[in-house]
Design a protein around this ligand. Structure first.
Ligand code: DO4
Ligand code: MG
Length: 311
């Protein structure tokens, strides 16, 4: 039985990005009415908005759902930003450490316990230019050469170039566990493939970054049956958001607006693997609910890539 989830305290703003056919993507602020209303912003610069730019056009759109923030047709909710780079931290929760130890060959098990305890965190690049990232409602991918892919629900931080925390959204660090389990050097192949990352629905700017975020995951089957459901809190992380962000930008020229996934504390049981037709819901009170169907990565390659067969 899941307990009631709490939000992170007072929010300064919540922003979304959306599109209508034939137009460039626009930004909006979410007003917490019931149902919430998206107020279109003049600016299309998400960093300026997160830093306080608030001029509005006067157009408002009522969301269809208070948590997913789904918009009525013809509007389409997009990932709340296109990060120039997306970084990810690993093994930041005890649960993640234990799962990696279990999935690995005996010879490789120590690396996860060592990195959990070390000063230097595990950091890896998850995406660049949003090429493998999808927004709310779009399918995430499962690669065909993997047999044990799982969702990783994570708090995702939007960073300034100096590592300052600008906002937080929901991230899904979809991972092929069997690929990483075979050899930790296969990590980039376990983590980077078509539609292996989802972000959304909104970026929230909390007043107080020391307040934890609660995270809930629900995986359901094609007929809506619940396959796995659990929750955790960023209070269980072994490292602070600021510490992880400082490591990412350390002697590393990370562009402003890059995203840092902060690691997963929820790992489904070993007999659960993502398959096309399932649905993943990740809820973080204060931010919203990110819902993505599951598809085959091979069918989710960016269009120009499948046309030209460039690898
Ligand atoms: O070492 C593997 C990556 C771990 C990870 O992505 C996580 O803990 O969230
Ligand atoms: Mg992860």
């Amino acid at each position: 039985m899941l307990r009631h989830l709490r939000g992170p305290g007072r929010l300064l703003i919540r922003s979304v990005r959306f599109r209508e056919p034939g137009h460039e993507p626009r930004l909006g602020l979410v007003e917490p009415d019931a149902p919430p209303v998206v107020v279109e912003l003049e600016s299309d610069d998400v960093l300026a908005v997160l830093r306080g730019e608030r001029a509005v056009t006067g157009r408002t759109i009522a969301a269809l759902d208070a948590e997913t923030l789904e918009l009525p047709p013809p509007f389409e909710l997009l990932a709340p930003l296109v990060p120039p780079e997306t970084w990810a931290a690993g093994v930041t929760y005890e649960r993640s450490r234990d799962a990696r130890v279990d999935e690995s060959r005996v010879e490789a098990r120590d690396v996860y316990s060592l990195v959990y305890d070390a000063d230097r965190p595990e950091l890896f690049m998850k995406d660049a230019g949003g090429r493998r990232t999808v927004g709310p409602g779009a399918p995430v991918g499962v690669r065909s050469d993997a047999s044990w892919t799982v969702p990783e629900p994570e708090l995702a931080l939007v960073l300034a170039a100096d590592g300052e925390l600008l906002g937080a959204t929901i991230g899904n660090d979809v991972t092929a566990r069997d690929v990483e389990g075979e050899n930790p050097l296969y990590l980039p192949q376990a983590k980077l493939f078509a539609a292996a990352c989802a972000l959304g629905p909104a970026i929230a700017v909390p007043e107080d970054w020391s307040e934890p975020f609660e995270i809930q995951l629900r995986l359901s089957g094609p007929d809506g049956e619940v396959i796995y459901e659990a929750q955790t809190s960023t209070a269980r992380m072994r490292r602070s958001f600021e510490e992880l962000a400082a490591w990412v930008v350390r002697e590393n020229p990370v562009p402003a607006g890059s995203v840092l996934l902060t690691g997963t504390g929820l790992v489904p049981p070993d007999d659960v693997a993502l398959a096309a037709g399932q649905h993943i819901e990740i809820r973080i009170p204060g931010i919203g609910k990110l819902v993505n169907p599951v598809g085959d990565a091979a069918g989710l390659l960016p269009a120009e890539r499948s046309k030209t067969h460039v690898r």
